[in-house]
Design a protein around this ligand. Sequence first.
Ligand code: 0RQ
Length: 503
Amino acid sequence: GSSRVANAKLAAKIMSADDAAAMIRSGDTLGMSGFTGSGYPKAVPLALARRIEAAHAEGTPFHVRVWTGASTGPELDGALAKADGIELRLPYNSDPIAREKINRGTMEYLDMHLSQVAPMAWQGFLGKLDIAVIEISGIRPDGALIPSSSVGNNKTWLDRADRVILEVNRWQNEALEGMHDIYYGTALPPHRVPIPLVRPDDRIGEPTLRCDPEKIVAIVETDSPDRNLPFAPPDACANAIAGHLLEFFRHEVAKGRLPASLLPVQSGVGNIANAVLSGLIDSPFDNMTAYTEVVQDGMIDLLEAGKLRMASATAFSLSPDKAAHINDNMAFFHDRLILRPQEISNHPELVRRLGCIAMNGLIEADIYGNVNSTHIMGSRIQNGIGGSGDFARNAYVSIFMTPSIAKNGAISAIVPQASHVDHITQDVQVIVTEQGLADLRGLSPRKRADVIIANCVHPEYRDALRDYFDRARMHSYGQQSPSLPGEALSWHQRFIETGNMRA
Ligand code: 0RQ
């Protein structure tokens, strides 16, 4: 295809990925694009990984610090982690090789609220940013950058970095132009002002990214697909969870606590979240909107079914089939989707103002409704908190969902005490498993425990949990949130020792 670098001065900076990667030094901090497998640079990180491997083969240390939007793809996190090239990674990871190194203790990982990354970078809390490596879908004649399939922290990396390397990816659809809304009104306190977004479909910024052309040191042209994973078709468990949730929404509308078109939905990633979205197709709710982090397959189906009016997010997270489908039907989707910087898509001020319905996955919850979204057995990281905290604390109603058991029943997702806490009980209003739904609003801790044990726990674990709670009520040091500290984590200890939480 022909070049998408329409600015003559910038076209002179086109070079190979290897030449661009040669500008990166050991010790550099890199701000890269990428959010849930879309819009990440695909050539320079691979070339950098080759350089790092060659340096290590000669016995020369070579490490970089890598900041992104959220998760990326195997050509970035996978390749750099495999080369043992990452000293510190933030703010989110779902790459299996990087996860392995983090859990082995050979790679530092800082797991952050995604809305806080850009502000913290501006505040100087994260240190200096040396180089931005950003995928875009084109450069306009005036030098403005047309974003790609995710926005993430790109605006901030372009602003903050000393030098900029661009990857212009010809694979990205040219019709992406105009779908983005890049807000330049953020400022540091004491000059911060309200963000002027009052409806999910408001456009408050510009369609392109600004970048000082003097800072651009290299442009690499690529033609590579995003590597999004297919979703599993919803199984019986996911369908049951979706069913309980839809029943809850119908009930809330009937009670007058939710409007008939609901409120802007936020949906986490994963198969269950996707099943819930699919369930909304056959629901009575119309004219819905989404104010969320990622646009996934289920939202595309809702848009096409006319149930969802529009969706605002920071990235696409689509199966390869759906990505192709969108590419073929851009005329329909162009004005129904808005991609924003993640500090805006996940902004607490906006989530609270719009009244988002937050729906996120969990790893485990305890009988009081504290939620662990990140750590297995209290110490092994799975992914990260992502945007779940941004939405959960500020939502109109905050919902967490999970199968009641994991690993074929060797693990109960509801435990006496969470082995790690990401979302405190105050940020968790509803918990749903395939067993049922626990509406925790307005309940004191002891009442929460009763409802969670009765409605959410798998039958194989229900008696044991009930027994623990009954004994805690008799022997606990205090009665506000009864607990037996010597026993509270014994289910986890048993799993670590025997591979099964069951006695
Ligand atoms: O492991 O892949 O080895 O089989 O965790 O679990 O059940 O497939 O569910 O894909 O929805 O993920 C919380 C991880 C759930 C996700 C979490 C194991 C399970 C499996 C995945 P295997 P499932 P999901 C905005 C929202 C944080 C970020 C977030 C997540 C794997 O939802 O990362 O919310 N959330 N972002 O077997 C041991 C348990 C377990 C367990 C699950 N109790 N013990 N293993 N697993 N429960 C979007 C973004 O931020 C981008």
